[in-house]
Design a protein around this ligand. Structure first.
Ligand code: AQP
Length: 333
């Protein structure tokens, strides 16, 4: 039997998970779990590149695991774990730092964006974030990485670092490729539909949180910024309505054209109600599963433990090879 290709992906527990994270990433992950060998990491080490409140970070990390499971990721089929529980990420990250150039990091647009947003805390972790991400991916001899446009540059640098290391020391890392699958919807902020919906957004009306109550969801969508026309049509000059059409399409499986037809002449009020209902229909069952899972602490602990063990075992194979290649002495056991 042909071996399944390996996929690595992760999410930061840097806030409460949004509809954007769900429709853009998590919902698609569940479709991959039967055909690929998937690792889904909760990248808490990346999250601290921006200042986090430790109490909130712990809660968000806990919630994210429950939500991974509640959306349908099966811990028997996938390796689900916390990055900070697998120390090989940090160890390989350090080694790869020594094979990455300042010039390469200086070109990273996400660093420039985040540094501008957090001008009071431009730490070197934020700067070398892509190297840790390279370690995340390369540790597992990953074949494919599902990436959005904003992560493409990071995958390129991962490939460059891996290629450089392989040239110096011989074949060590698999060179990962971008996974081009069904494109996840890019969900925009409800009040500012030209910027993406983000879990760290301070304006709570910009985001729909996975755990928002149905009435809250309906209300946020009703208040979403649109335009002065009353025509449900996808167009660059109608970012608000286009965003809602994208959400509706991702939640119902209908195409944008089908949705436009469905709401031709209906007006924004009717359309917004339908979008809200479609979102609620997607999120309500997930919320129920979250509530059920939260009651089962022993099960969650078991998932956390098994995930870390499995990831660690895989990661150690690559790390020990790398340590040997760069000239570290083996541990005396
Ligand atoms: N608005 C979005 N639409 C579609 N997909 C999105 N993703 C994030 N926002 C949207 C996808 O979710 C995954 C989460 O990646 P991450 O946790 O590394 O952080 P991010 O991309 O920076 O997400 P946020 O929510 O914007 O977090 P903060 O506010 O902390 O920076 C990725 O697969 C991403 O593409």
């Amino acid at each position: 039997m042909e071996e399944k290709k390996r996929i690595f992906s992760g999410m930061q527990p840097s806030g409460m998970i949004t509809l954007g994270n769900y429709l853009g990433a998590m919902k698609n992950w569940t479709a991959l779990q039967n055909d690929y060998d998937c690792l889904y990491c909760i990248v808490d080490m990346h999250a601290i590149t921006v200042r986090q409140d430790p109490v909130k970070l712990r809660k968000q990390a806990k919630d994210l695991l429950t939500q991974y499971l509640a959306v349908g990721l099966d811990p028997e089929k996938n390796t689900i774990y916390y990055q900070s529980h697998v120390s090989q990420h940090a160890e390989l990250g350090w080694i790869l730092n020594c094979y990455t150039y300042m010039g390469e990091m200086n070109r990273m647009t996400q660093f420039k964006d985040k540094a501008a947003k957090h001008a009071d805390n431009i730490n070197t972790g934020l700067y070398t974030y892509p190297v840790l991400m390279a370690a995340d991916i390369l540790l597992y001899q990953t074949d494919l990485v599902p990436v959005g446009e904003d992560q493409r540059q990071h995958l390129e640098i991962t490939r460059d670092i891996a290629g450089r290391f392989n040239t110096i020391y011989g074949d060590t890392f698999k060179i990962p490729e971008a996974y081009i699958g069904k494109v996840g919807a890019r969900v925009m902020a409800l009040q500012e539909p030209t910027k993406k919906m983000s879990k760290s957004d301070e304006n709570k009306n910009n985001t729909i949180i996975l755990m928002d109550e149905p009435a809250v969801i309906m209300n946020k969508i009703k208040r979403a910024v649109t335009d002065s026309e009353d025509e449900v049509r996808f167009s660059e000059d109608k970012p608000g309505i286009s965003n809602l059409l994208g959400i509706y399409s991702a939640c119902t499986g209908k195409t944008i054209a089908e949705a436009e037809k469905e709401f031709a002449g209906a007006g924004y009020g009717t359309f917004k109600t339908a979008v809200g209902e479609a979102v609620v229909a997607n999120l309500e069952p997930i919320q129920q599963r979250v509530r059920d899972l939260e009651k089962n602490k022993d099960y969650l602990d078991e998932v956390i433990k098994k995930g870390a063990e499995r990831a660690s075992k895989l990661a150690e194979r690559t790390l020990s090879k790398v340590q040997k290649r760069v000239g570290f002495l083996p541990k005396v056991r």
